[in-house]
Ligand binder design. Structure first.
Ligand code: ADP
Ligand code: MG
Ligand code: MG
Length: 943
């Protein structure tokens, strides 16, 4: 943050603070400064400020990252001095000195973006070691094995992260891991912890040698050089490929940058009374209010997350549950993996208290990293834990009931897009299944797919439209693309807090982790299951059930989700209270209409009549109509279709009794209904008793160069009036029949592809005429409205005149996007992926509305339309109606409703509530913060 000061000559100069210290019971920063200090740095400061045990340190702000990239990877000139000052403060608190051969201070250098990007960027531990300081560490600790263990880890991490020694190909093993493995084989041991001091000392030398041989650089011995190397590497890691990919998936702006936290080390690898772990204040997979998590004794940092050893449980209860799953006796359990509660009762109690303090303070479930050094508990990180949708909803509802947060906050705690997960399928309980293994239930959902063993293969297969399950011994941040591409993740190692579990939950992807019985063989491309003859090879189908941790052979059928829990109802009830936008569904059948209604749809925004034309043998009558040479022939064929259409409308209107139903008249080009292959043409010719040649000639005559801009939509209605007349008749007859039976129906007849007022006027007149005839024949009138799609850009531009003939508008944003961008949706596959990966487009405009382009047309049409007709009803029925960002746009633009697929209705309802609540909170923040710029406030609000 810049502070304005006045210098001697009365000129204003800027003195910029880049470094924020914390520790020793004080902190320069706090949790609200996450945009400046990154989430990690801000929360470390907050915890230090609360007086919790946090190793002292300092955070270099994200502004330095921005500066670094804007200035050819250089730092601001003041930075070095500010870092040295921060370091001196740490040295004073810890009473050790950085680089001191007798009493060395070791540091961790940690990355931290504004929002957590787990494992995406780099961290270096044990920094400051060299052949001199390691002697000092031995003196301090009296433990040379420990000191060399740190040294070995440091050279390995620094060599990887800062110097960049990585495997060169997909099949090559990590060079350091390879050396480590060879050492263990040579010594005939299995665990890292069995390595002797001499082994470790040799490893340090061998690691340095491989770095020198492969990279031709000498490992830096100077601690200051190490420190600045690590700081540079962390800033550099902001732009490593996996971080860039992650930002793309999570929509995190590239300009935010990362902060760097430099912190005094505490040691979980100093002996049997030391440990490191991860804890969650609630169960983040199902929302239960229980402390849980994993830890490892005598271990450091990444060991728990990396899945190198399978960790132990924090609570006795969870440990016992695991034993039950694995069929072990309690003695065996206590022997093999006792809980923290049993092994270190004092640290456990302290952790429990801190967990309570943090939850009460942050008023949200926390994900905590901690280390126990010689019985003393240290906090290394806290953040709002990533959770499944089911957990998010339960936690939000529980916290309202407990009076911790209000309903507004609770509603904002569940991301609309997350609800998708709740609407995921589950396994059909009645289907036969062969369970082959069981792991930890890390992230719910039921998925089937073909087995692949590398992230790369997952991506390739998904690219070809195949469903795959990524099976790994453990996952690492490099696998992020493949995880994204896969239907589900299965790992052999790692706990509920492993990388695989964390990332899957964040992505809302089904995952089973720590499936210990799996014997994964990458080389043979297969896995076996210990204790059984099962072998599963790449390409074989398996099924995962993420909420039980079960793995099945083959494809097990799944069942539609049922989100109808009391929590879901209560939560959605709050959302509904806040929102202003109405939410409808796009549905073409009575079944879809019923599903939509169960999900809370308040009407149908788009009922496409062409789908009805394809059903059963109707297509024959439709084809007969198309092939007819004159009006009389067409009418004859249409008379056959009429009763069927009427039946469809009765079904849909009844399912939506009391709610509006927008029915769109026929839209697609006619040739879509005709047969294409020679065989089909022959069949049809025989059926209709017409010569094959005539049929072929007709098909050729209907061929169009640009069918989407051709003879379709209202143009059909103008050229073949009888088509729309019959449809209007069917709608009105259905309406009258239902009304007579006492069903309240609200039909809205919608004309597609209008660009001119004259088109709509002419068609409207005929529709009204037909409806009047029906009313007269049936003996009473039922109110109905006639409106139009706005999907041709011209219609948006002249919306004021079109509104003279329309009682409602519905934005057909699929066509409107296609025509405004001049991008054919059907052909975009050839270039859109390149546009997205190269960043030409930030988002797929067919998924999320192009607000700055198409959005302007919508805004214009809304204003012009309402200027003509104040009570004009306006909605959107394109795919975008279920996209949260587009829903927010529709709210801002003053639409009356959005309409989307039935399964997205809850998402749209919640997004509409968020739109209202966020509007309020952004306004409030702008008013209350005079110091921050609007940009900063908006950026903070969008987190
Ligand atoms: P990430 O963002 O990948 O979680 P962190 O910066 O949190 O990376 O570091 C990973 C792990 O390293 C932490 O969970 C912690 O166990 C360990 N670690 C980081 N800083 C320290 C420290 N000062 N002392 C001991 N361990 C640390
Ligand atoms: Mg890390
Ligand atoms: Mg961490």
């Amino acid at each position: 943050m810049a502070e304005q000061t006045v210098n001697g000559r009365g000129r204003r100069t800027r003195k910029t603070r880049y470094v924020y210290s914390f520790g020793g019971g004080k902190a320069d920063g706090n949790a609200s400064m996450n945009w400046l200090l990154g989430g990690k740095g801000a929360n470390l400061a907050e915890m230090a400020g609360l007086g919790l045990p946090v190793p002292p340190g300092m955070t270099i702000s994200t502004e330095v990252c921005t500066y670094y990239y804007a200035n050819n990877r250089n730092y601001p000139s003041e930075l070095a001095q500010q870092v040295q000052k921060g370091l001196a403060r740490v040295e004073k608190i810890i009473r050790r000195r950085f680089g001191d051969a007798k009493n060395p201070l070791l540091l961790s250098v940690r990355s931290g973006a504004r929002v957590s990007m787990p494992g995406m960027m780099d961290t270096v531990l044990n920094l400051g070691l060299n052949d001199d300081t390691v002697e000092g560490l031995i003196k301090q600790s009296g433990n040379s094995r420990f000191a060399y263990d740190c040294y070995r880890r440091f050279v390995q991490m620094y060599g990887d992260v800062v110097l960049g020694l990585k495997p060169e190909s997909k099949t090559e093993r990590d060079p350091f891991e390879k050396i480590l493995e060879e050492k263990k084989v040579a010594r005939g041991i299995e665990l890292d912890s069995q390595l002797s001091v001499d082994d470790l000392r040799e490893l340090v030398a061998e690691f340095k040698t491989v770095i020198h041989d492969r990279l031709h650089i000498k490992f830096p011995d100077n601690p200051q050089e190490q420190l600045w190397g690590a700081i540079g590497a962390v800033f550099g890691s902001w732009n490593n490929p996996r971080a860039i990919t992650y930002r793309k998936i999570e929509n995190i702006p590239d300009v935010w940058g990362t902060a760097v936290t430099v912190q005094a080390m505490v040691f979980g690898n100093l002996g049997e009374d030391c440990a490191t772990g991860v804890a969650f204040t609630r169960d983040l997979s199902n929302g239960q209010n229980v402390l849980n998590g994993d830890f490892l004794i005598n271990a450091q940092g990444e060991d728990v997350v990396a899945g190198i050893r399978t960790p132990q449980q924090i609570t006795l209860q969870a440990s016992r549950e695991r034993a039950a799953r694995e069929g072990r006796s309690d003695e065996e359990r206590a022997q093999l993996y006792p809980s923290l509660e049993e092994r270190m009762p004092e640290s456990f109690t302290a952790l429990q208290q801190i967990a309570n303090t943090l939850e009460a303070h942050y008023k949200d479930a926390q994900d905590i990293e901690f280390t126990v050094q010689s019985g003393q508990l240290w906090m290394l990180q806290t953040r709002a834990g990533k959770r499944t949708a089911a957990a998010a909803m339960k936690i939000a509802v529980d916290m309202v009931h407990a009076g911790i947060v209000d309903e507004r906050t609770a509603v904002l705690r569940v991301a609309p897009s997350q609800l998708d997960q709740l609407l995921h399928p589950t396994l059909d309980p009645n289907a036969p299944k062969e369970r082959i293994a069981r792991g930890l239930p890390a992230s719910p959902g039921a998925v089937t797919g073909k087995v692949v063993f590398s992230a790369e293969d997952a991506e390739t297969a998904a690219h070809d439209g195949q469903k795959v399950i990524l099976v790994r011994i453990e996952t690492s941040p490099d696998d992020i693309n493949g995880m994204h591409a896969a239907q589900g993740i299965l790992t052999a190692r790692g706990g509920a807090s492993s990388h695989a579990a964390l990332v899957s939950r964040g992505m809302g992807k089904c995952a089973v982790v720590g499936c210990e019985a799996l014997e994964v063989d990458y080389e043979r491309q297969q896995f076996g299951v210990r204790g059984s003859a099962t072998i599963v090879s790449a390409g074989d189908w398996i099924t995962l059930e993420g909420s039980t941790g079960e793995v099945f052979r083959g494809q097990v059928p799944t069942r539609d989700p049922n989100p109808d829990t009391p929590e879901f109802k209560e939560f959605m009830g709050w959302a509904d209270r806040f929102r202003r936008l109405r939410v409808r569904a796009n549905a073409d059948t009575p079944h879809d209409a019923q599903v939509a209604r169960a999900f809370g749809a308040e009407g149908i925004g788009l009922c496409r009549t062409e789908h009805m034309f394809f059903e059963g043998d109707r297509i024959d009558a439709v084809r007969e109509m198309i092939l007819a040479d004159d009006t009389a022939g067409r009418v004859r064929a249409l008379e056959k279709i009429l009763p069927m259409q009427r039946g469809d409308f009765v079904g849909i209107l009844r399912a939506m009794a009391g709610l509006p139903v927008t029915i769109r008249l026929l839209d697609p080009p006619l040739h879509e209904f005709l047969p294409h292959t020679d065989e089909e043409i022959h069949d049809l010719a025989t059926k209709l008793g017409v010569p094959v040649d005539r049929l072929r000639a007709k098909r050729n005559a209907l061929h169009e160069a640009n069918p989407m801009l051709g003879h379709r939509g209202c143009r059909l209605g103008i050229t073949f009036p009888e088509i729309y007349e019959v449809q209007a008749r069917a709608i009105m007859e259905a309406t009258c029949d239902l009304s007579r039976d006492g069903v309240h129906v609200i039909p809205e007849i919608m004309v597609p592809l209008v660009g001119f007022k004259s088109e709509l006027e002419m068609l409207r007149e005929r529709i009204v005429q037909v409806c009047a005839e029906v009313a007269q024949a049936r003996g009473f009138t039922v109110p109905f409205t006639v409106g139009t799609m706005i999907e041709v850009p011209r219609a948006a531009v002249v919306a004021d005149t079109i509104a003279e003939a329309a009682e409602f508008f519905s934005f057909g944003t699929n066509d409107l996007t296609q025509m405004t961008l001049g991008v054919s949706r059907d052909d975009a596959g050839k270039f859109l992926p390149a546009y997205l990966t190269q960043g030409v487009f930030a988002q797929d405009p067919f998924v999320s509305l192009d607000q700055s382009g198409v959005g302007q047309l919508i805004d214009l049409a809304v204003r012009k339309g309402r200027a003509t007709r104040v009570d004009l009803k306006i909605g959107i029925c394109g795919e975008h109606g279920g996209d949260p960002a587009s829903v927010e746009f529709c709210h801002r633009t003053g639409l009356d409703y959005v309409s989307c697929s039935p399964y997205r209705v809850p998402i749209a309802r919640l997004a509409a509530a968020h739109a209202v609540l966020r509007e309020v909170s952004v306004e409030k923040k702008i008013r209350s913060s005079r110091k921050k710029t609007t940009d900063e406030v908006l950026a903070a609000a969008s987190v």
